[in-house]
Design a protein around this ligand. Structure first.
Ligand code: NAD
Ligand code: DAU
Length: 352
């Protein structure tokens, strides 16, 4: 049997593919459009792996997806492919609507047609796992309880609105057509292969290059942080034992202000790569204009996943962040390739 992973050349997708092969020999078809965020280099260590099949293509390409499903007799789909960066969604929402909403719709339709033709046993065993975000729930005040799966959807950015719409489509394909779907809503991931437009990798690289560490607004916004491998483990658990039609929150029980995240990161760098002049990386912190509509706090209650499937994160924020920083220090070739080209245009547009 084979699984189809969409968005496999992105940050979480590529980590998922590695995580999968560390536990299983089951084949993966990786489908990715290779947008600015997709990087084949992430998967290059699998070039000789006969169980891995990379396909360059769009989730919105009905004929291509139908062909892949048939040819590889796909038994499950893990749907990561998306436009994922909130700031980019503010500059230009169009691609978010196109991929996250319309792309997911086309994907669901190719999958539904394929699934309808499976025999009863295969139909029952089939799964469509949709990877979503905690941002669909909106913003919490400081004292509010963490998001449970029952929290109303209140998305505030074009990104989160597009993810919320895709969650609703997935839900509707379950209720209306019976497609066996699972949805996960996860908090902020960090770890290897994270594109350096996001807070943690951006600050690691800026710190090492003597550049400003940009903190939006007062830096007191709170996010919950989860090491990416823990997220991948959670997805495998949900795929194996989750109940079709159910949603599962995934989180690290690690609420931190942005300022705290960046200061912790600076402290680890001071230890691992002290600056030649003896100054602290923290001195590079610079307060910049806030993100429009910036959500104040996200917090995830992941107790359903623990109660029903026994999943808990393995990494603390300190251990996961240290592993992440070491990875960036040891992978300068990957970093140098990633920060050339389009990335430079983005940094100019967003920070100058
Ligand atoms: P990413 O931006 O690093 O990767 C997205 C991947 O999707 C890229 O490889 C890109 O080329 C591919 N892609 C984009 N449009 C496509 C299309 N039309 N067809 C095929 N491939 C396409 O994103 P990520 O951070 O790895 O996030 C993966 C998923 O997880 C997203 O759905 C995101 O909403 C969700 N998520 C991310 C986080 C996080 O902290 N990064 C947290 C919760 C949920
Ligand atoms: O919560 C899950 C979400 O986490 C995912 O759904 C998204 O795909 C993922 O990108 C991430 O969204 P965020 O907007 O939370 O991540 P980002 O790293 O862009 O920002 C984290 C926080 O840091 C946020 O409050 C904004 C702030 N920030 C970000 C950048 C890039 C800064 O203060 N300065 C920056 O330069």
């Amino acid at each position: 049997m084979t699984i189809l992973v969409t968005g496999a050349a992105g940050f979480i997708g590529s980590n998922f593919v590695f995580d999968w092969f560390s536990e299983s020999n089951e084949d993966i078809v990786s489908l990715d459009l290779l947008t600015y965020a997709g990087n084949l280099e992430n998967l290059s260590s699998l070039d000789q792996n006969p169980h891995h099949h990379f396909v360059h293509g769009d989730i919105g390409d009905y004929d291509l997806v139908s062909k892949l499903l048939e040819e590889h007799r796909i038994r499950a789909i893990i749907h990561f492919a998306a436009e994922s960066h909130v700031d980019r969604s503010i500059h230009g929402p169009r691609d978010f609507i196109k991929t996250n909403i319309v792309g997911t719709y086309h994907l669901l339709e190719s999958v539904r047609a394929y699934w309808n033709n499976l025999d009863e046993t295969a139909k029952k065993a089939f799964r469509f796992l949709h990877v979503s975000t905690d941002e669909v729930y909106g913003s919490l005040n400081e004292k509010a309880p963490a998001f449970t799966e029952k929290h109303p959807y209140q998305p505030n950015s074009p990104y989160s609105a597009s993810k919320a719409a895709s969650d609703y489509l997935v839900r509707a394909w379950f209720h209306t057509y019976g497609l066996p779907v699972l949805t996960t809503n996860c908090s902020n991931n960090y770890g290897p292969y994270h594109f350096p437009e996001k807070l943690i990798p951006l600050c690691i690289l800026n710190a090492l290059n003597g550049m400003p560490l940009p903190i939006y607004g007062d830096g007191q916004q709170i996010r919950d942080w989860l090491y990416v491998k823990d997220h991948c483990d959670a997805i495998r658990e949900v795929l194996a034992r989750g109940q079709p039609g159910e949603t599962y929150n995934v989180g690290g029980w690690n609420e931190k202000t942005n300022l705290n995240v960046v200061k912790t990161l600076c402290g680890i760098l001071d230890e691992l790569k002290p600056k030649a002049d003896g100054s602290k990386y923290e001195n590079q912190i610079t307060y910049v204009k806030d993100r429009p509509g910036h959500d104040r706090r996200y917090a995830i209650d992941a107790s359903k996943l623990e109660r029903e499937l026994g999943w808990r994160p393995q990494e603390t924020f300190e251990t996961g962040l240290r592993k992440t920083i070491i990875w960036y220090l040891e992978n300068d070739i990957w970093v140098n390739h990633v920060v050339s080209g389009e990335y430079q245009h983005w940094v100019k547009k967003q920070y100058s």
